[in-house]
Design a protein around this ligand. Structure first.
Ligand code: FES
Length: 348
């Protein structure tokens, strides 16, 4: 009986809190209230891992290769990337470019970008052998789908997610070709490793050959899966050249387009029972972080997926190039996407 009374008291308190919340957002419930007792976050918090840097090498000019080890590193598949937390707290995404069969070991390669946002410069300066790094388990938005033939196109450091794909495609007995471009041979990492694949690999060091010849993309046989990672211009050119846009898989580490005009809207944080106003000139992420400073984020440009959260109500103006149509049905990236109308309700 005492237990029943306690449960009833908790339910009554929850109901009172919900009514109070609804009063705050404008009278009677505007939105159907979900059962908050259920964990409903669409982007489940990922556990944090720690790994030791056991090797630091420079496989090309301006490129740093790190090997990380820890016994509990989760398994991964070709195309996956990890979020590394740099010593300053910046979080950056890097594709795993080692061998998925090596348990407890991740390899990443980082191109130093002098005029970037600082993450790669910090990595080059501060990530040394023997240091411990925090990271999150791998995610894969660039999965290698089964296909009889593959055409891989990589530009510069975009070779990193492609490397394990080449191994997997070879092991599966698939027919494949790689077009790999870069400024010069000296700046193109992993040429040694690629040499063993012979004429399946076509190199385009720009100072010798000019930009990659995409004729192979235009003439790809039906059923060929096309994978491209590199500068935005290269990905656009590959998408334009292919006769079958559905066969193209892209991995972005930069935004696809500039910002679109924006207007203010309201965000209700259902779990936290708060309401925030998003001004025309700020992102939903910035507004949410005023109330919930621990809300995770990284790129702030809509391509890493760190700020993905479930939407409980309201229409979203999706401005990213990352989420699938299915993901867009009930989630959004807070850093770039906005409300289509005046209000969104988030599971936060
Ligand atoms: Fe990277 Fe939003 S912070 S997608």
């Amino acid at each position: 009986m005492r237990r029943l009374l306690a449960v009833t008291a908790v339910a009554a308190a929850a109901w009172t809190a919900r009514r109070a919340l609804n009063r705050r957002i404008g009278g009677s419930p505007l939105w159907p209230l979900p059962a908050l007792e259920e964990p409903v976050s669409g982007h489940s918090p990922r556990r944090t891992l720690r790994a030791l840097i056991v090797s630091r090498t420079e496989p090309a000019e301006g490129v740093l290769r790190l090997v990380l080890e820890a016994p509990d590193l989760p398994a991964w598949t070709p195309g996956a990337h990890v979020d590394l937390t740099l010593p300053s707290g910046l979080v950056r995404q890097y594709s795993l470019c080692g061998d998925p069969a090596e348990h407890g070991r991740y390899t990443v390669a980082i191109r130093r970008v002098e005029d970037g946002r600082g993450g790669s410069r910090e990595a080059h300066l501060q990530l040394v052998e023997g240091a411990e790094l925090e990271l999150r388990p791998p995610r894969n938005r660039f999965e290698l789908v089964p296909a009889p033939r593959y055409l891989f196109v990589a530009g510069g450091i975009g070779i990193t997610p492609v490397l394990p794909m080449l191994r997997a495609a070879s092991a599966a007995g698939a027919d494949w070709t790689l077009l790999y471009g870069g400024r010069s041979r000296a700046t193109m990492p992993f040429l040694d490793e690629l040499a063993r694949y012979g004429d399946r690999v076509r190199l385009f060091p720009e100072e010798e050959t000019g930009l990659p010849d995409l004729a192979a993309v235009a003439s790809a046989a039906p059923g060929t899966a096309v994978y491209c990672c590199g500068p935005e211009a290269l990905m656009r050119a590959v998408t334009a050249a292919t006769p079958d846009p559905d066969a193209v898989h892209l991995e972005r580490f930069a935004p696809a387009a500039g910002p679109a005009p924006a207007r203010p809207f309201t965000v209700e944080l259902r779990r936290s029972e708060r309401v925030v106003e998003v001004a025309a000139g700020e992102s939903a992420l910035a507004a949410v972080r005023r109330e919930l400073p621990d809300t995770p984020y990284s790129c702030e440009q809509g391509f890493c997926g760190t700020c993905q959260h479930r939407v409980l109500a309201g229409e979203v103006d999706h401005r990213d190039t990352l989420l699938t149509d299915q993901e867009r049905e009930d989630s959004m990236l807070l850093c770039v996407s906005r409300a289509e109308g005046d209000r969104l309700v988030l599971d936060l």
